[in-house]
Write a protein that binds this ligand. Structure first.
Ligand code: GRG
Length: 306
């Protein structure tokens, strides 16, 4: 039998997922009341793909190969925000989901009140993690800007605002310009955090303002493609591979790319977005060989099955 060797990218993903998990476990190790911290750990440390943390680290590495782990606390903060958004999204008042990452959702295990509060606590822990754990070698004004951008991506201008519009157009209520409204919802709900992931990785490692904006654009387009893929997987995926219940979007009459455009046009949109994202990467002016992990993450976002 021929032994299969892992590609450099697969090695990067496996190693960095482990490192991110180890840092998250450390940041979430202690605390009282115990049930609150248990509930926070339950969701953050469960088996997520860690794509947002990987985007942050891969961008940091593209900018500065030697010191890129400086971005690790920020990569972990992003995963805390992401986990809190999943906890809240699964609550009965929102998507009312029973399974997440192949396990019962947080509120099914800890109850709605604790799940809500664990999400709140993670939101704040994310900000604390950046404020307290980014190395002193990074200028404090940069750290402050990073915290400010994360708050912007998460709050009313970003994820929360996108979620409110998502609710407004669930259940068959349709806006006039369906596709433009949906694109704006996807960009805020998903794209602003992936945009922050690449932008922060670049900014913490000293990228020029032009490079920062091209990496930000790359992250934003990747996020839109990631969310359209999510819309497709809700139709084509299975509970085993997804780790959550498929078919829920159609059942809830959600505004999704597939509902508006159908499967073939949604796949064609992904091809266009992939070209746009690659173009944004090329515009950074960074050597192509340093951008290969980001290109592979783009492919992973689009061609994933889970
Ligand atoms: C209170 C700040 C605050 C936010 C709550 C609920 C909510 C507002 C926003 C919902 C945001 C949301 C859940 C967007 C969906 C993003 C998405 C595609 C999630 C799935 O991400 P994956 O596939 O999950 O990366 P894993 O489990 O792999 O990490």
């Amino acid at each position: 039998m021929v032994a299969t060797t892992k590609s450099n990218f697969e090695e990067f993903v496996a190693q960095k997922r482990m490192l991110v998990d180890a840092h998250l476990a450390e940041y979430l190790a202690t605390g009282s009341p115990e049930v609150l911290w248990e509930s926070m750990r339950y969701s953050v440390l469960s088996a997520g793909k860690r794509i947002r943390a990987l985007l942050c680290l891969a961008t940091a590495k593209a900018v500065n190969e030697e010191n890129y782990l400086v971005a690790m606390p920020c990569a972990c903060a992003i995963e805390m925000i992401h986990a809190m958004s999943l906890i809240h999204d699964d609550l009965p008042a929102l998507d009312n989901d029973d399974i997440r990452r192949g396990k019962p959702t947080n509120h099914k295990v800890f109850g709605e009140a604790t799940a809500l509060l664990a999400g709140d606590a993670l939101l704040m822990l994310a900000m604390e993690t950046i404020a307290n754990h980014i190395s002193d070698t990074v200028d404090k004004s940069v750290v402050l800007k990073v915290i400010s951008e994360l708050a912007n991506a998460t709050g009313a201008h970003g994820m929360v605002g996108g979620q409110v519009d998502d609710i407004a157009f669930t259940g068959g209520k349709l806006p006039d310009d369906k596709l433009a409204v949906l694109q704006s919802i996807h960009l805020r709900k998903t794209g602003m955090l992936t945009r922050f992931s690449t932008w922060s990785g670049a900014t913490l490692l000293g990228a020029t303002p032009e490079q920062q904006s091209h990496f930000a654009r790359f992250g934003e387009i990747l996020g839109l493609a990631f969310q359209i893929t999510d819309d497709l997987l809700d139709v084509t995926g299975s509970a085993e591979t997804l780790g959550k219940t498929p078919g829920k979007d159609a059942h809830a009459m959600k505004l999704t790319w597939v509902a508006i455009e159908g499967i073939d046009k949604s796949k064609a949109k992904l091809v266009d977005l992939r070209c746009e994202a690659e173009d944004a990467l090329a515009k950074t002016g960074i050597a192509k060989k340093s951008l290969t992990y980001l290109e592979s993450l783009l492919q992973l976002a689009i061609f994933r099955i889970s």
